[in-house]
Design a protein around this ligand. Sequence first.
Ligand code: DNO
Ligand code: MN
Length: 363
Amino acid sequence: MNITFRWYGRGNDTVTLDHVKQIPGVKGIVWALHEKPVGAVWEKEEIKAEVEYIQSNGFHAEVVESVNVHEAIKLGNEERGHYIENYKQTIRNLSEFGVKVICYNFMPVFDWTRTDMFHPLEDGSTALFFEKAKVENLDPQELIRTVAEASDLTLPGWEPEKMARIKELFEAYKEVDEEKLWANLQVFLDEILPVAEACGIKMAIHPDDPPWPIFGLPRIITGEKSYEKLRAISDSPSNSITMCTGSMGANPANDMVEIARKYAGSAPFSHIRNVKIHDNGDFVETSHLTQDGSINIKGVVEELHKQQYEGYVRPDHGRHIWGEQCRPGYGLYDRALGIMYLNGLWDAYQSIAKKELAYDSRA
Ligand code: DNO
Ligand code: MN
């Protein structure tokens, strides 16, 4: 387990690398050039500056999350070729600075979606919350109006330039069902995987969050079947996944221990976090502790340990605790607690395994 921490960059994050240094066991920073417009080439000088800053703080910078995919590629429209070429150039440029994994997602229009960023929990903290009925009952037209009128309403993937075109985007997606989206993913992968492979970079697709269609938009990376389909597109070692327990696990039909057993080998990168799923399908993010949520985090780590998992791991979102004012889900404190839980579980499984070996050798 190569423990990492997601960081949004100097001046763009309340957390500093001096803080991250004090979390035991963190080896790398998961980074991105967050100010770049989606689809633009990440230039070498910009990459160099960020990587050198991270390395000068004693961390590796081998994982990028995310190089976002332009909507033209997901829609498969006439601008797709241009943006695919840009993406390839970004891959080549990143590889020159030691990047090994690029996390990306293929969710139309929106990245992860929640209905409340500061939902109160019983312990007095707040966390990200998804109210299923609220999303299901929201007419896309009303959503478009809300987004167009409220400039202060932001969620991941809600880049201002994209939101300005929201109506047009929804129109364009009327032509794109699941099958079409898969076909567009295939075109993208057929083009970029040979480049990634030649550069020694793994493209690790993140699951859709939540893992079901929302606002009438298709979503395709939702469970085990998606991974089989993804593998059928290409068996390139660069065609890989980001295993995210909280995203995929928000659907109780997805047994994350089983998914870790089957697919951790194709996941160079894992996000570990817990969610509490309610009977009506709502879910709230909780601490990483297994008994606080619906996902067997202990079982997932046990599975990773059994496989002697050497991939990059990061705690995913955290609650907002101890009064921390931070980017929703990305504060310092709860993610640090999450890391210590992962470290503790790993050490415990390591000791158990060692004792078994000692016992065997005596026998
Ligand atoms: C949710 C988070 C996401 C993720 C992006 C990947 O679980 O990990 O923000 O980073 O969707 O592209
Ligand atoms: Mn995730």
